[in-house]
Each structure stands twice: as structure tokens, then as C-alpha cells.
Design a protein around this ligand. Structure first.
Ligand SMILES: [Zn+2]
Length: 287
């Protein structure tokens, strides 16, 4: 059975309604509103035990520059603000594994908006200060008037298999020993995604791939990536690691990977990541 990659989030991003700031201000005063707080590191306020996000009721005067609208869930408004409060907070990478699709969507969007606003207060054209608009989904320069939208950097991640359907796993030099994953890298200026797949695989492990096929994608706001997942086939399995970006690599049959994970010889990426989902799909013969 093919993998169901699609998630079933109920978050309504209320576009284009969010262009109307008086409508957003009215949502702020609603008794069924929810406010999520994100600390300076981009960690999310969590409930005691860390198994759920911690929301509070929106209170006080609505501030277009601080209170960002995530959207509606079942008609109820959800906001996020960056907070200096000393909160019990947790990385999306951890709490995200404990949330349903809708709450994970809310958390991911909150972190993505937080990261963008933290990095983009000034206009990239004239250097002027920019104001938050549209409930946090754009900024407009107060000097030249240019409007900007949240940036996302495309990155690709690829499951390379050989003719025997073994999977290639690699360990980036910056990772802890034993942690292995798929080949991944950023898309360069002027490149399409398939070119980025072929280039990164060639650069990092010296393999030539064919049949590059799209699988799924995942917002990865650390700080602002969109991970685009692919499958590709290498006819010649003879690889050579570059020793710079990638320190080690290896082909694994399903039985070999099962054994390596069981003994602790290989540790796989966290379960929130698209890398984990793609590796799991291959292990279950459902790629
Ligand atoms: Zn400007």
C-alpha cells in the first residue's frame, strides 16, 4: 500500500481575510481565542509534562506588530506572539512528535513566522524599517513601501536506492557518531529540485542517480526550510564520500538496517522529520 503523505490539519489560514486588520482585531477579543507563546530561541510554550502546547486567552489591546494570526481551527482563532516570559518551553522538534496534525501545523506555522519576523525587520532593498501586516503574513517597508512575504528556503532530501533496493545512508561530518540519514542539501540559485538532487548526491557520495521522483515535502522552520523529499536510483553502487560534508556512508538492506538499529550501531533521525518518514516507508517496502 502506498504511503499516505498528506496530513489532515484543520488549520484554516484565512487568506485573503487576514488582510483586514479590523477583522483580525475583532478575532483577538473573542472568548474562544487561543494565544500561543514562542520564546526568543523559537521554543514553544508547552503544558506541564510537555505533551501539548500551552495556550492562554488573548488579553489586553490587540497589537498588529506583536500578535500574529495563525488562523482558525473549527472557527476558533489562534494567535502567536514572541514572548520574553520565562515559560516552560520546548523545541518543535520534540513537542512536534506528540501533537496531532492540526496542532503540529499550528506549532510549525508559529515557529516559521517567529523566525521570519526575528530575522527580517529591515527592508532588503532600502534598509528601512518594515511593519508587520496581514496578521503577520507580510511586512511592508515604511520607507519605500515594498511588501515582503515570509521566506522559505527549498532544500531537497533523497532516498537513494540501488538495483538490489538497498538504501544509502550517510553521516554528515557535523553529526554525532552513529547518526545516519538520507542525502540532503539546499537548492542553489538557478537550480531546479531534480538538479539539486543529482548534484548533492554526486558531490557528497560520488554517485550518479536516475529516475528522480518526488515523494512529499515538509515545512522545516529551523530556521526557514522547506524539505522536498525524493527517491532516486543509482545503477552503480560504488560510492566515495567527500570527507567534508559527509564523513561516512553505507548501503543497507532492510535486514541490515534493522540489525544496525537494534544494536545501536546506527541511530536514525527524529520521528518528526521527513527523513524518518521516508526511511520508514522504505523499511516497510512502501516507498
Ligand atoms: Zn524599503
Amino acid at each position: 500500500m502506498p504511503v499516505e503523505w498528506w496530513t489532515s490539519s484543520r488549520l484554516d489560514r484565512v487568506e485573503p481575510g487576514r488582510a483586514d486588520e479590523s477583522w483580525i482585531a475583532a478575532l483577538w477579543t473573542r472568548p474562544d481565542g487561543h494565544l500561543l507563546r514562542v520564546d526568543a530561541e523559537g521554543d514553544l510554550a508547552v503544558a506541564p509534562g510537555g505533551d501539548a502546547l500551552e495556550f492562554v486567552r488573548p488579553e489586553g489591546r490587540f497589537d498588529t506588530q506583536r500578535h500574529l494570526l495563525l488562523g482558525l481551527v473549527d472557527g476558533e482563532p489562534y494567535f502567536v506572539e514572541s514572548s520574553d516570559l520565562d515559560l516552560p518551553a520546548m523545541s518543535l522538534k520534540v513537542v512536534g512528535t506528540r501533537l496531532d496534525d492540526t496542532m503540529r501545523d499550528i506549532a510549525t506555522t508559529a515557529v516559521a513566522l517567529h523566525n521570519w519576523h526575528a530575522a527580517a525587520p529591515y527592508c532588503g532593498v532600502c534598509g528601512g524599517y518594515s511593519e508587520v501586516r496581514a496578521g503577520g503574513h507580510s511586512r511592508r517597508c515604511t520607507r519605500c513601501g515594498r511588501e515582503r512575504f515570509p521566506r522559505t528556503d527549498p532544500a531537497m532530501i533523497v532516498a537513494v536506492t540501488d538495483r538490489a533496493d538497498r538504501l544509502l545512508l550517510a553521516r554528515p561530518s557535523v553529526w554525532v557518531p552513529r547518526r545516519m540519514s538520507l542525502i540532503a542539501g539546499f537548492v542553489e540559485a538557478g537550480e531546479c529540485l531534480e538538479q539539486a538532487v543529482a548534484r548533492e548526491v554526486s558531490e557528497e557520495v560520488g554517485l550518479h542517480v536516475r529516475d528522480v521522483r518526488y515523494l512529499s515535502s515538509q515545512s522545516w522552520p529551523f530556521p526557514r526550510s522547506l524539505m522536498v523529499g525524493f527517491h532516486a536510483v543509482a545503477d552503480d553502487p560504488g560510492f566515495a564520500v567527500d570527507g567534508v560534508e559527509v564523513e561516512a556512508a553505507g548501503w543497507f538492506s532492510r535486514a541490515e538496517l534493522d540489525a544496525a538499529v537494534t544494536t545501536g550501531e546506527v541511530s536514525l533521525p527524529g520521528s518528526l522529520s521527513i527523513a524518518y518518514r521516508i526511511i520508514t516507508a522504505w523499511r516497510e517496502n512502501r516507498l
